[in-house]
Design a protein around this ligand. Structure first.
Ligand code: BJW
Ligand code: ZN
Length: 242
């Protein structure tokens, strides 16, 4: 393990441009539940009912109940050593981008500046009628929250299954990845598209892929390096020694 870490550290040292993709695993050690895996949310909850646009249109009350609960959980937790290590990496590398699938806002809370939240942010709400969008950090917004401007039904400011990602944000990610020498892919099961395929842009451009995860994923076979363990334990050691 120590040898593997040293090899990856050397690759990081040499890389002129670095991208990081994070998923729910990096926030797991903060106490935010992941989606898949043994303790994942989708073990006993149906993602198509709770996190798809069809699910929201059919039963907004149930979806809001789920998101109000998640907001309450996230309001009580904070960033961990893994988030903090990525703040340090950003300070060491001028050409840096952190792409996160997480909606918990913990990277920004930790101090990361160059972050793109490709699945949105749980603290934002959007009106389904007039599209007014604003930040509201009240943990529980009640049964069916309504828009302060027009009274229409509000929805969580996240990207549901079946919805396109913001095209400006996705373009920024793709343009950066085309010129990236090394990408760290941390704590994601790599099954949700298009995030799961972002690493291939780097690979195609000749860059190095490094996965950090508790366990192998469907993309592990495409990695140059795979480190198995907890992000909050691996990242500080990897980045401190740079
Ligand atoms: C640790 C750890 C520790 C734990 N340390 N590691 C192509 C093929 C097939 C399907 C599709 C396709 N293209 C699109 C689709 C459909 C769909 C999709 O991908 N489906 C697949 C699941 C089959 N994609 C979409 O619908 C996307 N939209 C889209 O493509 O639109 C196209 C379109 C164009 C034009 C018009 C209309 C549409 C949108 C995807 C949105 C995802 N939304 C969610 C919920 C909202 C946010 C929220 O509420 O939080 O985002 S789903 C959920 O999954 C959430 C996550 O961001 C996302 C990814 O999950 P993640 O982060 O990987 O978490 P887990 O739990 O899966 O994994 C955690 C990992 O951490 C595990 O591997 C653990 O081992 C590890 N771990 N502890 C290190 N301490
Ligand atoms: Zn409105």
């Amino acid at each position: 393990m120590r040898e593997l870490i040293e090899k990856v550290r050397e690759q990081i040292r040499q890389a002129k441009q670095i991208a990081v993709l994070t998923g729910a695993g990096i926030s797991a050690e903060s106490g935010v539940p992941t989606f898949r895996g043994a303790d994942g949310l989708w073990r006993n909850k149906d993602p198509m009912k709770l996190a798809s646009i069809q699910g929201f249109l059919e039963n907004p009350k149930e979806v809001w109940e789920f998101y109000n609960w998640r907001r309450e959980v996230i309001a009580k937790v904070t960033y961990n050593k893994g988030h903090k290590a990525l703040v340090e990496l950003e300070k060491k590398k001028e050409n840096f981008l952190l792409i996160t699938q997480n909606v918990d806002g913990l990277h920004s809370l930790a101090g990361s500046k160059k972050v793109l939240e490709i699945h949105g942010n749980i603290w934002w709400v959007k009106c389904t009628k007039c599209y007014y969008k604003y930040e509201d950090r009240t943990p529980n917004l009640g049964e069916l929250p309504t828009c302060p401007k027009c009274g229409g039904l509000l929805r969580p400011g996240v990207v549901f299954f079946g919805e396109p990602l913001d095209s400006d944000i996705l373009d920024k990610c793709c343009n950066f990845l085309k010129h990236t020498d090394l990408m760290l892919i941390i704590g994601t099961s790599s099954v949700v598209e298009p995030a799961a395929s972002l690493g291939f842009i780097v690979k195609k451009a000749g860059g190095v892929l490094v996965e950090i995860n508790l366990e192998p994923t469907p993309n592990t076979k495409f990695m140059d390096y795979a480190i198995h363990g907890k992000a909050g334990e691996i990242l500080p050691g990897l980045i401190e020694g740079l």
